[in-house]
Design a protein around this ligand. Structure first.
Ligand SMILES: [Zn+2]
Length: 143
């Protein structure tokens, strides 16, 4: 089962869920979700947002121990232009937001083994839904 990590901000969550359902889920796919304000941002800034990062890691490890079809075998991080950044103790540019996806994947890889990781950044404009997809080879980008 895939576990999706995304933002729970009610100003954005319904829209984000609609986009995830339309673009990222397979037909009829059942998933499980981990949502918090800011979604996967703590994985990109685990020193500044330690409680969130540790909590998510604990949840993912638990999900990996679930039996049969409920076992988490893949984590999908979904980033967007998030209002939570107004609340973080560092300056944020668009470049920071995009690079946070890479930082988050690196952090997860370091702490969770034997699991697939995918990540997306919601780059939709108006009614046109699109996600930037991050693959392993894109992780080579400069820090
Ligand atoms: Zn958000």
């Amino acid at each position: 089962m895939r576990l999706f990590v995304y933002c729970s901000d009610p100003r954005e969550a319904a829209d984000l869920e609609r986009k995830i359902n339309q673009k990222l889920l397979k037909p009829g796919e059942k998933i499980t979700r981990l949502t918090l304000y800011g979604g996967p941002i703590p994985f990109a800034h685990p020193r500044d947002l330690r409680a969130g990062a540790e909590s998510f890691l604990e949840q993912i490890r638990f999900g990996m121990k679930m039996p049969g079809e409920f076992q988490i075998t893949e984590v999908v991080l979904v980033f967007h232009d998030c209002g939570f950044y107004a609340n973080v103790p560092f300056s944020v540019t668009r470049q920071t937001k995009l690079h946070d996806v890479v930082r988050a994947i690196r952090f997860l890889r370091k702490h969770i083994h034997r699991i697939k990781i995918r990540a997306y950044y919601d780059s939709s404009v108006g009614d046109k839904i699109s996600f930037i997809r991050y693959r392993a080879r894109r992780l080579a980008c400069a820090n």
